[in-house]
Write a protein that binds this ligand. Sequence first.
Ligand SMILES: [Zn+2]
Length: 186
Amino acid sequence: MSDFTIIYGSMFSGKTTRLIEEYNNSPLPDTEKIAIKPLLDNRYAAHRISSHGGLQLPGHRVSKAEEIYPICNDGIKEVYIDEIQFLGKSIPDVVLGILMQGIKVVASGLDRDYLGRPFGEMPRLIRMANQKIQLQAKCFVCGKAAHYTYRTSGGEDLVLVGHTDMYESRCKTHWEEGMRHPLPEG
Ligand SMILES: [Zn+2]
């Protein structure tokens, strides 16, 4: 069984930057490691994984977790998955399957949605991981450590990507304050 590292936190906590750094710090050649991102997130170029800070990485796009298996060809030793919270209910089993093949997995994801609820399979993935890296953002209101994502507009659609201007990272106090007094739409 190989190692599984999970990087998690709110939006703007630097998860993708950290994932790209982990990829770049690995001594393996690019032919032995792959990066994967859910297809629904099209906020940046289609076949690249990009951080807010401008770091980039070539990445495969998958629309569901099972599509990861055929990408893991012979010779692949490490798999890097960005935005893993979007990959659905079967992602923990797929990760387990990959680990059983002797492939190392590093993944990053949002641990809570904007309503403060656990995001998808993230709690299970965090429990499974033998290395857990929790990152923190800065609260948009007070500058203290932020573990929550606050949405400033956009209705009730849970998966709203490509609009980072609609989100803020916030500490628990200011997230709760925002949820009690939501801004008027528009
Ligand atoms: Zn705050």
